[in-house]
Design a protein around this ligand. Structure first.
Ligand code: SF4
Length: 329
């Protein structure tokens, strides 16, 4: 059993501090203009040394951003309006403002650049919030628009422009915190929208003010067509959220994510902070779902065709069990 959450996170933050000792809580056009960087007026997009290698940019715009060693870089300059807009999404999303671009472009970033629509499901429209936070190492957060009240899945960085857009979409009545690592600026969002926060009791010390604590392993229904399923493993209090009864949308936190290169669903023993055997057991409880989309905290989102979910999950389980056996040898 591996119990290293606080220590691991603390080491991670020390590493981040050494890379960037400037606290950036809200990236705005004015921030970008005033950053003390060598290239104040760059002629092209580039990534500076503040990069923490979180992966948000190459997830949102793989056409222009890639990883290299321990950083991101621009492998192709965006050209034309559409491509530039995509690169700007990555720039605004970057949790440490490490992406730079010509001033003529950054001075004209639309206030409504996020959230962006991911999919329309009969049980709600789902948006990607952007504005990822260094406090959650650039984790993704998602917004579900529903007639019975909108739900925010994990916390983006606090952003007044994003808050204004969410308000136009009807605000937030509930915020689900899938696990302790991705709570970021939850207090600011809860205050802005007076929403109730849901977190599992075992991870609740990360957001102690949360109004609702989930206890035990039973699924909890948050109104119609939305449920929380506790999936202990990555952390003791990890949960996933499931939208809909059919062709479901799974908000998986850091329990599972998609690897587009290997075309596999990933559960990572290396990034399991609590109990790997428990994590494998928790994965088994998701076999009977009918998942059409996985939207994780870290890693790539993915859309599944009919029947592909079970096949992918069984493959992940086989691989996970082999990893466990190898570790025992
Ligand atoms: S989003 Fe920012 S911090 Fe994250 S990998 Fe890209 S440049 Fe680096």
């Amino acid at each position: 059993m591996k119990r290293a959450t606080l220590k691991d996170i603390s080491s991670l933050f020390k590493l981040l501090e050494s890379k960037n000792n400037e606290l950036i809580t809200n990236q705005t056009t004015m921030d970008l203009k005033s950053r003390k960087i060598n290239h104040i007026y760059p002629e092209s997009f580039f990534v500076d040394s503040n990069c923490i290698n979180c992966g948000s940019c190459w997830r949102i715009d793989p056409e222009h951003f890639s990883p290299i060693e321990n950083t991101a870089y621009v492998h192709k300059q965006p050209s034309g309006e559409k491509e530039t807009h995509k690169a700007l999404l990555a720039l605004v999303d970057c949790p440490v403002a490490a992406i730079n671009a010509p001033r003529r472009i950054t001075s004209d970033i639309p206030n409504n650049i996020f959230p962006i629509l991911v999919t329309k499901h009969p049980s709600g429209e789902v948006y990607y919030c952007g504005w990822s936070s260094r406090l959650s190492f650039g984790a993704s957060s998602w917004l579900i628009i529903r007639p019975e009240g909108n739900v925010l899945i994990d916390s983006p960085r606090w952003s007044a422009p994003l808050a204004r857009q969410i308000k136009k979409l009807g605000g937030v009545v509930k915020m689900v915190l899938t696990h302790r690592d991705d709570v970021a600026d939850h207090a600011d969002w809860a205050k802005a929208f007076n929403c109730e926060r849901w977190i599992h009791k075992y991870d609740a010390d990360a957001a102690a003010e949360s109004e609702k604590k989930v206890i035990g392993l039973d699924a909890i229904h948050l109104g119609k067509q939305l449920k929380l399923i506790p999936v202990p493993g990555h952390t003791k209090g990890s949960m996933v959220a499931v939208l809909g009864d059919k062709q479901q949308i799974l908000f998986s936190g850091d329990h599972l994510w998609w690897n587009p290169e290997k075309k596999v669903l990933v559960a990572s023993k290396d990034f399991c902070w609590w109990d790997w055997t428990q994590q494998l057991n928790s994965i088994k409880t998701l076999l009977n779902l009918d998942v059409a989309w996985i939207l994780p905290g870290h890693g790539f989102a993915h859309q599944f065709g009919p029947g592909e979910w079970q096949e992918a999950l069984e493959q992940t389980l086989r691989h996970g069990e082999e990893t466990t056996k190898e570790a025992r040898i």
